[in-house]
Every structure is written in structure tokens, then in C-alpha cells.
Write a protein that binds this ligand. Structure first.
Ligand code: PEP
Length: 256
């Protein structure tokens, strides 16, 4: 049985006061039913400067901490970078790698993403690998080819067994921050494809892998998406910034 993972990607939003209010509201608003739900884990990914403070705020709760990015390098002369070991040191358990905003706005290639994935794993972080196609790629019928390429770079670098220590988020770029969610069937098709690609290499890894969906998930569409057989939770952007919205999504997972 795979547990749902509901992950909030706060992106470059918030400040000390807003984060503390948000995390306080998430923790206090989490009904006992959700806290006790054994089928869902909750992760928050605040901006780098606030990781240590948020780690203190979630101390003693079941909320997990992740970063939004990680350096491919271990240490040294890499101005502005943050290593996986540093992220572990401030309490992170997860690191997002290859978010589409990193790929498109900062030109991260699939090979660089694969190097970040490997660096995260080596330091004991769970990489949450983001993959997804643009609208043009979907309309040209290239969704699977694009995703296969993004996945293959990681498989080439780290091998299929490494995927057992990671999670994947399928995030169609056309659905991120646009309010245009993939239908549960559209998302399920891609999730099934990803699991199938891995199944061909290692059935156990494929069966245990959590594949999250991301792209305009909200309280009113989460249950439909999470109810699909290969969707194991969500990576949530905009709706993770409001406790009530985020809790509604967590609640949808907890009731399935
Ligand atoms: C994201 O940034 O990963 C994301 C899914 O954003 P949103 O939920 O706002 O579409």
C-alpha cells in the first residue's frame, strides 16, 4: 500500500510572520481524523531562508520538510548554491528536483536535474523528481516521449533501484498555476505510463513508487485525481499558501 503524499511548494512566497501563521494554521487546523490517517503524509517546501525556522515550527508534528531545489555539488566554490548535506542539516527530508520553473526559467537540463537527484540521494534526502510536458508538446502528441527523456536521464545516472528511494511528481506545465487542471483520466494515463516504464525494469520499484500529480490541484478536484489508481498524492503550489485550501486537499487524501 502506497501512502499518499501531499506536498506544498511555497515557491518564492512568504516571510517569517506569514510562514509562522501558515504553518500554525496547517497544524492546528489538521483534524484528528487527518492526523490519525495512516494513508497520508504532509510535506511543506518553504523558501531556503526559512527552512530552519519552519523546521522548528513543525517540531513534534508529523509534517515533513523539503527544499525547492538542491545543488548538484557537495561543497566548495559554488556561490549561491545550497548542498544536500546543508539541507539535511537544517532538517529537510525531501528536495524537489527538476521543477518545471527550474527547467524553463533557469535552463536546468535533464542531465543537471539527474545530477541534483543523485546528490540529494547521496546525502540521504528523498528527491521528489518533477517531470512534465508543455502544452505544445502535448498537442503534438509528444507527452510520453518528453517524460521518458526526463526520466531516462535520472535512470542513466542513478539506476532504477534509486527510484525506490525517491518520489516523482507529474506536473504538466500547462496546468501549473493556470487553473487548468489535467482531468483525472489525463493524469492517470501519464502516471500509468511512468509506472509502466519503470515496471519494465523493476516491478517492485514501480509498485512502491509514489507518483504525485501537480498542476492547479484544489480542494474541489483533489479527490477525483487522488482516486485514480496510479495517483499517490499531489504537489501543490498556489493552494498550499492558504491553510484552509491546503487542508482541504490533505483531507481529500485522508478520506480515500
Ligand atoms: C507547482 O508549482 O508545483 C504547482 C503544481 O503549482 P499550482 O498548484 O499552483 O499549479
Amino acid at each position: 500500500m502506497r501512502k499518499f503524499l501531499v506536498a506544498g511548494n511555497w515557491k518564492m512566497n512568504g516571510d517569517s510572520a506569514a510562514n509562522s501563521e501558515l504553518i500554525g494554521a496547517i497544524m492546528s487546523g489538521m483534524p484528528e481524523a487527518i492526523k490519525k490517517a495512516e494513508n497520508v503524509e504532509v510535506l511543506v517546501c518553504p523558501p531556503f531562508p526559512y527552512l530552519a525556522a519552519v523546521n522548528e515550527l513543525i517540531d513534534g508534528s508529523d509534517v515533513l520538510l523539503g527544499s525547492q531545489n538542491v545543488s548538484a555539488h557537495g561543497s566548495g566554490a559554488y556561490t549561491g548554491e545550497t548542498s544536500a548535506a546543508m539541507l539535511r542539516d537544517v532538517g529537510c527530508q525531501y528536495a524537489l528536483v527538476g521543477h518545471s520553473e527550474r527547467r524553463t526559467l533557469y535552463g536546468e537540463t535533464s542531465e543537471q536535474v539527474a545530477a541534483k537527484f543523485a546528490a540529494a540521494l547521496e546525502a540521504g534526502l528523498t528527491p521528489l523528481l518533477c517531470v512534465g510536458e508543455t502544452l505544445a508538446e502535448r498537442e503534438a502528441g509528444n507527452t510520453e516521449t518528453v517524460i521518458d527523456g526526463q526520466l531516462q536521464a535520472v535512470l542513466d545516472k542513478s539506476g532504477v533501484e534509486a527510484i525506490a528511494l525517491a518520489a516523482i511528481a507529474y506536473e504538466p506545465i500547462w496546468a501549473i498555476g493556470t487553473g487548468m487542471t489535467a482531468t483525472p483520466e489525463q493524469a492517470q494515463d501519464v502516471h500509468r505510463h511512468i509506472r509502466g516504464v519503470l515496471e519494465a525494469q523493476n516491478e517492485d520499484v514501480a509498485a512502491g513508487l509514489r507518483i504525485l500529480y501537480g498542476g492547479s490541484v484544489k480542494g474541489d478536484n483533489a479527490a477525483g485525481l487522488f482516486g485514480m489508481p496510479d495517483i499517490d498524492g499531489g504537489l501543490i503550489g498556489g493552494a498550499s499558501l492558504k491553510a484552509a485550501d491546503f487542508l482541504a486537499i490533505v483531507g481529500a487524501a485522508a478520506t480515500l
